[in-house]
Design a protein around this ligand. Structure first.
Ligand SMILES: [Zn+2]
Length: 315
């Protein structure tokens, strides 16, 4: 009898190991905020400059909201390739909000509130520069221009030297999209900004939705495995099996037509999961649109906090 109980306990333990998804894999605090459409367009400069002061749109090592196998996943900002000691410049004029000067863990940072309409008053568009040694002559309230050096790339303590920069809230804890800051210039500006955010440039035409998604891995552009569409129609339940977006073009643009699942006059609700192709673990290989939770689940049934979605009425 004792033996049977032990065996049952063993089987239970094995079952737990095999089948239980650890709740700790998901973090339902807000880590991201979505920026849709054309909100906040700024013709920003690169934080990396050439010796003559021109923009250096250097390699993107990792996008914002990109799933990854180390640290929090998805990534809470964009990593670009800059060597130790290299100057980091303000990407636009603005005012310093805060500065973290303790660099023992390579977490020196500076947050700047951009003045995007150049009227002398910052406009609530915050840029955080991380893994830097902040410029000692700057402090909260300092006015910066695009020629201001905000700091230099810190040496290797925890991470290989690089710049992590992000559009954030005022405290740097919520990551927005950088996409719109570079989308108006050209494909040479990080592919119109699309190389800075994992899923960007969402749009809708009638019943059709579009989004651009691809991975940047240490400077290399990689196709996604697929983009999954989680949806519900009207007052129905979230579908447990997602639809898959079609490849719209070879530049990472994806498409889905909701007329395949809903008819005219019905309300549709949806969110998207971009699936990274080159991660060995399939338990954490997605970034969502709209982006919101720090480490979100993927399937509707795994949300223990409200699902963040987009909706429209079928034309
Ligand atoms: Zn980073």
């Amino acid at each position: 009898m004792k033996r049977i109980v032990k065996l049952q306990m063993l089987l239970l333990a094995v079952g737990v190991l095999l089948f239980q998804t650890p709740a700790s894999a998901y973090t339902f605090t807000q880590g991201f905020s979505e920026v849709s459409g054309l909100e906040g367009i700024v013709n920003a400069y690169s934080p990396a400059r050439t010796s003559s002061g021109g923009d250096d749109f250097t390699a993107v090592n990792s996008k914002a909201n990109q799933p990854r196998s180390t640290g929090t996943s998805p990534h809470s900002g964009t990593d670009i390739r800059m060597a130790e000691g290299r100057n980091v410049y303000a990407i636009y004029s603005g005012k310093v909000v805060s500065k973290q000067t303790s660099t023992s863990s390579q977490l020196g940072d500076i947050i700047i509130n951009l003045d995007i309409n150049n009227d002398g008053t910052p406009d609530g568009y915050y840029i955080k520069y991380l893994h830097i040694v902040p410029n000692s002559s700057l402090s909260a309230g300092s006015v910066v221009s695009k020629s201001t050096i905000v700091g230099t790339i810190d040496s290797y303590k925890v991470y290989p030297p690089h710049l992590h920069f992000a559009r954030t809230n005022s405290t740097g804890t919520v990551t927005y999209k950088l996409y719109n800051f570079y989308r108006h210039t050209s494909t040479s500006t990080w592919n119109n900004g699309e190389s800075l955010d994992y899923l960007a440039g969402d749009s809708r035409v009638g019943s059709n939705i579009y989004i651009t998604g691809y991975t940047m891995d240490d400077g290399a552009w990689e196709n996604l495995a697929r983009v999954e569409v989680y949806y519900k129609v009207g007052s129905g339940a979230w579908s447990s099996t997602p639809k898959t977006m079609n490849k719209w073009n070879s530049s990472g643009r994806w498409h889905f037509d909701f007329s395949t699942v809903a008819s005219s006059g019905q309300a549709v609700y949806y969110y998207l999961a971009g699936i990274r192709a080159d991660m060995s673990s399939s338990s954490d290989n997605w970034g969502l649109f709209p982006q919101y939770y720090k480490e979100p689940p993927k399937v509707p049934s795994a949300f223990t906090s409200s699902i963040q979605y987009r909706s429209f009425t079928m034309p």
